[in-house]
Write a protein that binds this ligand. Structure first.
Ligand code: ZN
Ligand code: ZN
Length: 262
């Protein structure tokens, strides 16, 4: 290791330990104390162990894992989570199942201005199997917020997630091209749809149909592979609506990636 890098890491770790000593971290899920032995900085050891990182075999559209032994091909299996979606994108992946502690990470980021949890999100993305290879040569496109919500929140969590993914991939990657993964804000939200959680599946799809448009001055390369990034894949309606805009603009290769499935 480079001596400068080793020194800066040593100083950073030392400073962290000192801060932890005076300001012990509490778990964003159970509020218990986060000890030094925890693999994550903002979840305690027990809560961190409850996070389900998604591994294959999984649904190729929404990324939900298929459990158990089965004989048929994964591509032909019907998935109850994305049934009826009619995807405009090719493949969808998610990093973790959105329940318990993973849900608390997303809530802290979105609703409590807890940008510090991005460090843990990055760690979890870096555990996602073969993500660096999958993102090789892709351009990440964050799902946009409506300008009024963006002003209110002051940041777009999908943009921050795209940056965390980029860092996760470059810190682990053996694939050189993935180490300078690009992020492009190609989309804008033109309808300020109300929170989706109160709608059923069909209403969500309808509600989001024309919610997005191409950003002003956005240029798309039909040959480029774009990967849309969102915090959560629930019905896929948001990501599919964004994919439709890119498809209409001429994009041929569109995939989607979310932090949590649920
Ligand atoms: Zn905990
Ligand atoms: Zn699915």
């Amino acid at each position: 290791m480079d001596i400068k890098l080793a020194l800066s890491q040593w100083t950073r770790n030392g400073a962290r330990e000192l801060i932890d000593l005076f300001f012990p971290r509490s778990c964003v899920h159970c509020r218990g104390r986060v000890g030094r032995e925890s693999p994550l900085r903002h979840l305690c050891t027990q809560c961190a162990a409850r996070i389900d990182t998604i591994k294959p075999p999984r649904c190729t559209t929404c990324g939900y894992p298929f459990h158990g032994v089965f004989s048929e091909a994964v591509e032909t299996r019907l998935c109850p989570h994305c049934e009826g979606l009619d995807p405009v994108f090719s493949e969808g992946r998610c990093c973790v199942l959105l329940k318990g502690p993973a849900r608390s990470l997303v809530h802290t980021l979105k609703y409590h201005r807890g940008l510090y949890v991005l460090e843990d999100v990055q760690t979890l993305f870096s555990r996602s199997p073969a993500l660096a290879e999958w993102l090789n040569n892709a351009v990440l496109v964050p799902v946009p917020l409506h300008p009024s919500r963006r002003r209110k929140r002051d940041y777009n969590q999908s943009e921050l997630l795209a940056q965390a993914i980029s860092r996760a991939v470059s810190s682990k990657s053996q694939v050189r091209a993935a180490s300078n993964i690009k992020i492009a804000s190609l989309l804008r939200r033109i309808q300020n749809t109300r929170s989706q959680t109160r709608y059923d599946k069909r209403a969500r799809l309808e509600n989001l149909k024309n919610a997005f448009a191409l950003a002003k001055c956005a240029r798309v390369d039909p040959e480029q592979r774009y990967v849309l990034v969102d915090d959560v894949f629930t019905t896929g309606a948001t990501l599919n609506s964004c994919a439709r805009v890119l498809r209409r603009a001429g994009c041929q290769h569109i995939d989607v990636l979310a932090f949590g499935h649920g």
